[in-house]
Design a protein around this ligand. Structure first.
Ligand SMILES: C[S@@+](CC[C@H](N)C(=O)[O-])C[C@H]1O[C@@H](n2cnc3c(N)ncnc32)[C@H](O)[C@@H]1O
Length: 196
């Protein structure tokens, strides 16, 4: 099954991490959580891009701490849910599009992504695009899943993914005009913090 159908179906199945019980929300923080949010170095004068905003699980914590943010997601039903979940924040622009092909008309102080990189087959192209969207001195913060399965297996459907490794992503970032500031290992992910 393709990625768009999978995430659209998750919404139909009432699967929305932002509406989960607190105990499940705490579980999701094993992929990012406080270390990830702190690494963004947010402030009220910064513009932010989230790649794969989902239903807004992380954006709900980012939007109040920045000037403005853009969230892009390829799944129409997911982005509609994000708009509803985050309607109290007037500083978020929602884009329903494939990050690979979308043409942005601005650059950003901070770009971040969690639990999404495994959906991209051509990681080098994604990282090059991110560098070009980042302002000088801007921060790119990426969480990559430790899970090395090549499929998300939902029992009734399987979705092909392209697992990431710390070595591969750090070497791709190292080949750009970004420098790696630090990597942080957390329960289920590696967080890679880079600066342009
Ligand atoms: C596992 S979810 C993570 C959502 C959110 N980052 C979070 O951690 O709660 C992955 C998200 O990436 C989106 N996505 C996958 N491929 C994409 C692409 N090519 N362009 C934009 N979004 C994409 C999916 O629709 C989905 O909402």
């Amino acid at each position: 099954m393709d990625v768009i159908d999978h995430y659209d179906l998750l919404i139909e199945e009432q699967n929305d991490p932002l509406r989960d019980l607190p105990v499940l929300q705490e579980y999701m923080s094993k992929w990012d959580g406080v270390p990830f949010l702190e690494a963004l170095e947010l402030s009220k004068d910064k513009s932010v891009l989230e790649i794969g905003i989902g239903t807004g699980r992380i954006a709900v914590k980012v939007a109040p701490c920045c000037l403005k943010m853009t969230g892009i997601d390829i799944s129409p039903k997911t982005i509609e849910r994000a708009k509803d979940n985050l309607k109290e924040y007037g500083n978020i622009s929602f884009v329903c599009s494939d990050f690979n092909s979308h043409e942005f008309d601005e650059t950003f102080d901070v770009i971040y992504s969690s639990l999404t990189m495994m959906h991209f087959e051509n990681k080098a192209a994604v990282i090059t695009k991110i560098v070009n969207l980042l302002k000088d001195n801007g921060i790119f913060c990426l969480s990559i899943d430790k899970n090395q399965s090549e499929y998300i297996d939902m029992g009734t459907r399987k979705i092909k993914v392209y697992p990431d490794t710390l070595d591969n992503i750090t070497s791709l970032i190292g080949a750009t005009s970004m420098s790696i500031v630090k990597t942080i290992e957390i329960d289920n992910a590696h967080i890679i913090v880079s600066r342009k």
